[in-house]
Ligand binder design. Structure first.
Ligand code: BES
Ligand code: MN
Ligand code: MN
Length: 455
């Protein structure tokens, strides 16, 4: 049987297996879900075992476990390491929006799977499980494959570095294949050629040793919230550039030619309408797709302090806090930018307050090697299944583990994403199109079929 026929014949089961997996609330950041994390890993393990893969195991880390499996058909052939994550984001939101159907009771509505993790990343991981099943039951594998599916991506992969170091031999490979990004549209296939890095910090500004009466003390004692707001506001200038000295020093400037190569169709009016914003915002001189991919950012993710209860309370708070993320672009590094931020933030603090900066987590940006045989095979695969050549797209998100794996294993990554930016990843009503799920399986199969042509 040919792979296409096999996928068609097993469509329903391919879907129901994914829906079962999506029912398990594998929220990595909430300790109440620790047992669910294990269950989600074990479910995947069971599926991989039933395919006849080797060394299928749930391997412990200092945090949530990693799922590993492999099939070595011939040691002299290249080995593809499939990386993905089975952990998902929490389901709450700060904007009051709620889920149309419960996040862990997956349903198919209007041709889309609705569930937390549908597109990020269980659905996209399962594409690979089913693509490998399809090949094993039809034309066979064309190279060796390994699975490395982790449970801590959404919290910054705090234990994966150590895990990779300890299992270097087990993870030996020639390329890392990842489906955890998006295509531009279902009729505009694209391949992600760069990802941004991340530096995530928490800041604390404090003044008096306790909350004070704002009438009795206000005016003479610094208000940490006022000061924090001023400090944060000063981190951008009138041209919306970040003011931290040295921040842009290592930012690569793409040539006009490179900018053209990454030009993607974009309608700013449609974008504004989709997001409900009166206008776009950002550094002068760049298009929106550029602002969200090849330019760095600094954003407050949350800010708190003082009195926010019902009614009013006249208080001069003693502390104010903020969580700040900076998206980084090649060749900035997380360590460098975290240090620059910390130094500058302490420096701009007025003498009337104390400031503390804590680095939470982060990762370096990544640029794909578009000349590798693996990238070329993937490109060809998209062309075959979508009927047109994929565009190159810089992505704004971060997958910190990619540059880390490059460091530890010395190999590049190919990003074969199948989601859409409009899938509402991290938001209520996250979904993944059935079209995307099935074409993903076909495209990954096509990748393995094409690979020998590029050896
Ligand atoms: N799958 C995303 C990364 C992503 C999103 C890539 C959109 C391309 C387009 C991943 O699960 C994610 O959410 N990463 C985090 C970083 C992590 C350190 C918390 C992110 O980008 O915020
Ligand atoms: Mn993801
Ligand atoms: Mn995510």
């Amino acid at each position: 049987m040919n792979p296409k026929q096999y996928i068609e014949n097993h469509k329903e089961r391919f879907l129901s297996e994914l829906l079962e997996w999506l029912k398990i609330p594998s929220v990595s950041t909430e300790s109440s879900h620790t047992a669910d994390m294990k269950r989600a890993a074990e479910y995947l393990c069971k599926q991989l075992t039933s395919l006849g893969l080797e060394r299928v195991s749930v391997l412990p880390t200092k945090g949530h476990p990693v799922v590993f499996a492999q099939k070595i058909i011939n040691p002299s052939l290249p080995t593809v390491l499939i990386y993905g994550h089975y952990d998902v984001q929490p389901t709450d939101s700060s904007d009051g929006r709620t889920w149309t159907s419960p996040p862990f009771e997956p349903v198919v509505r209007d041709g889309k799977i609705y569930a937390r993790g549908a597109t990020d990343d269980k659905g996209q991981v399962y594409i690979h499980v089913k693509a490998i099943e399809t090949l094993l039951n039809t034309t066979g594998l064309t190279c060796n494959v390994k699975f490395l599916i982790e449970g801590e991506e959404e919290i910054g992969s705090p234990h994966l570095g150590e895990f990779v170091e300890q299992h270097r031999n087990l993870l030996q490979c020639d390329v890392i294949l990842i489906s955890d990004t998006s295509i531009l549209d279902n009729d505009i296939p694209s391949m992600t050629v760069s990802l941004r890095g991340l530096s995530y910090v928490e800041v604390e500004v404090s003044s008096a040793n306790k909350d004070l009466h704002s009438g009795v003390y206000g005016g003479a004692v610094a208000n940490p919230i006022n000061v924090l707001c001023q400090m944060i506001a000063s981190l951008h200038d009138a041209n919306r550039r970040i003011t931290i000295p040295g921040f842009y020093d290592n930012v690569i400037q793409l040539s006009e030619e490179e900018r053209k190569l990454r030009q993607v169709p974009f309608d700013v009016e449609e974008y504004k309408k989709m997001l409900g914003i009166p206008d776009v915002w950002g550094e002068k001189g760049y298009t929106v797709p550029e602002l969200t991919s090849i330019r760095p950012t600094l954003d407050v993710n949350g800010i708190w302090g003082g009195f926010t209860g019902e009614g009013s309370k006249t208080v001069l708070p003693s502390k104010a806090f903020a969580k700040i993320s900076m998206r980084l672009v090649p060749n900035q590094t997380c360590d460098e930018i975290t240090a620059l931020f910390t130094k500058y933030f302490l420096q701009i603090a007025p003498p009337s307050v104390r400031v503390k900066v804590t680095s939470r987590h982060g990762g370096d940006p990544y640029m794909t090697n578009t000349n590798s045989m693996f990238f070329k095979a993937a490109e060809k695969a998209y062309e075959r299944t979508f009927g047109k050549k994929p565009l190159y797209e810089g992505s704004g998100g971060s997958i910190p583990i990619i540059p880390m794996l490059k460091k530890h294993l010395g190999v590049d990554a190919v990003l074969m994403g199948f989601g859409l930016d409009s899938d509402d990843a991290h938001s209520p009503d996250e979904h993944f199109g059935l079209f995307n799920y099935y074409i993903g399986i076909q495209t990954v199969v096509a990748f393995y079929e094409e690979l020998p042509n590029f050896f």
